[in-house]
Every structure is written in structure tokens, then in C-alpha cells.
Design a protein around this ligand. Sequence first.
Ligand code: G3P
Ligand code: CA
Length: 333
Amino acid sequence: MATKAIILPFLSIICLFGCNITPNKESKMEKKIVIAHRGASGYLPEHTLEAKAMAHAMNADFIEQDVVLSKDDVPIVIHDIYLDDVTDVASKFSERKRKDNRYYVIDFTFNELQTLKVTERFNPKTGQQVYKNRFPKWKASFRLHSLQEEIELIQGLNASTGKNIGIYPEIKAPEFHQKEGKKISEIVLKILSDYGYHSKKDNCILQCFDAKELQRIRKELKSELFLMQLIEFPEETKHLDFFATYADGIGPWYTQILDKKVEGRWQFTDLVAEAHQLGLKVHPYTFRADALGEFTSFEKMVHTLLIDAEVDGVFTDFPDLVLKFLEKQNHEF
Ligand code: G3P
Ligand code: CA
């Protein structure tokens, strides 16, 4: 006890100088957390190792990995089951598209995927960059990578900087993988376990949109990790009681928390209060400084959700801006 009393203030002083050492998972989850959505993707092409290294340097609490399997069962860190909106697959392997004109990660081996150039997200039909003021399309040189490579990068940076930044993998499209004869959850859980992520204390939060699969991960595959149930559609918010039987939190779209504006102030739905009553953390997505929705500034957006609506953390493409906001808040109180 006495040792803890001496060490904790010491760690806080270190944190003032840019490190983010957190002694264990529980203490990290007690504060509001910043999740680097696809890395520092507001500044570098999403899900590149460069975007992850930048997010680590910014001191995000967690760095996100969306995971899809290759033909040879290598978990690739990429947002979609498709390749053609972030790579040059259409020019390198033009004959490998499916009938729907899309190119699928699952149709390529890891070696083939590593030959592709990665770029800032664009619309494959028009070629237009989605976020116009972000990193310019096709500039510099970026590649796809595996989940293992990314974990090694984050754990390596944790070792070399003394930080304790967590990972936040998402199992993408489990039903699609199953139809293709692939066991994505089993493969991902094995890798997480190989790298030391077993329990809720291990600085890893596992997320999935598919409730059936996330429940299976807890009940059948016996995972003891911190599990987040992602929510896509508003009607799913009615199932919090069910989610609480296997998950530790929910990840809704932030608009599901907003109700209406009364005299210039946002009123909120019951989602956060009900989730908290069930002991569920709430981490809404996605906070983008260049896609503000109904807000007039990023600061107002973050304040409304993180402070007024009392969510527990946010997925953001701009982790530096949310961290700066939180630092300012801490100084004001
Ligand atoms: O996983 C949280 C957030 O990333 C969900 O949206 O579509 O960016 O994976 P998406
Ligand atoms: Ca995601």
C-alpha cells in the first residue's frame, strides 16, 4: 500500500512530460479514454503502421485495428472486406475482381497483399478522395500489414517509450468469413493470447458489430477479454439487457446518443444512462474534425458527448485534438 502511494504520484509526474504510463487496466478504464480510430487517420492513411506510430506518439489510450482474413488465414489490418478503396489492387490485379466488381481481401494471399500500395481512402467508382484535406492520395509509400505486425509495433513502442498503450481490435464481418469457410474469431483470439492479451487487465478491448458472434466469443470461446458490442442501427439500442449478459460496453454511433436541441442545448437519449445502469461502458464512434455533422466546431462536438452526455471514451481520427481538449478540461477543474 505504502509502495503504491509513493509510486502513483511519481507516475503522474512522468505523465506530465508526455508519457502515458498506466499501472493497470482498471485505472485506465476509470478515466475517459481516447481511441485512435484506424490510427491517427486524420493525418496519415488509415490503418497504416505509420498512422499507428503517430497515434502512439500522440499518447492515445488505445489504437484500433479492424481485422479481415487473407486467403491464407493471415489477419490483415484493414477496415473493409474490400481492397479497392484504399489500395492499387484494381490496376495490379485487374482480373481478380468478383462479379460485383469488388476486390476482396480474402481472395489474396498475404504475400500478394504485401505487393499492394496503400493510400488515403477514395471512392473506387469516381477516384475521389473521401476526406479532401487529408494526406494526399498516392503520395509517399504505404503497405498493408498483419495484426501480428501491428501488435509488435505497439508493444515495441510501449517498451521503448515506457508507455502502456492498448490495442482495440475489431472482428470484421464474421458471417461473411464463416460463409467463406474461415474462423476469424478463433484466429484473432489465438493471436491475442500469443501476445499476452487474455483478460480484462491486459490492455486490449475486443469489439464486434455482430452480437451473435460477440456472445459466442464470450460464452463458447470463453474469452475473458474486455468486450465491446458495437451498435449500427438505432433499434439495436433496445437490446442493452442482452448485451450486458456478455459484453462490458457498447460502441454506438454518436448520433444515437443525441436527441434534440432545446434552446441551443443538446438533449440526450437514455442510451448512456441505461448502459451505465447495467455497468456497461460507452465508447461512441467516430469523432472527426473534418466531418462535424450538426456541430459547429470539433470542440463543441467533443464537449457535448464526452462531458455533457458523459460517455466513457471516444473513437476519433484526431486523437491529439481530443487529448488536448481533455487536458484543458483537467486544468479548468
Ligand atoms: O469500431 C468502431 C468504429 O470504428 C466503427 O466503425 O465502420 O469505422 O469500423 P467503423
Ligand atoms: Ca472499427
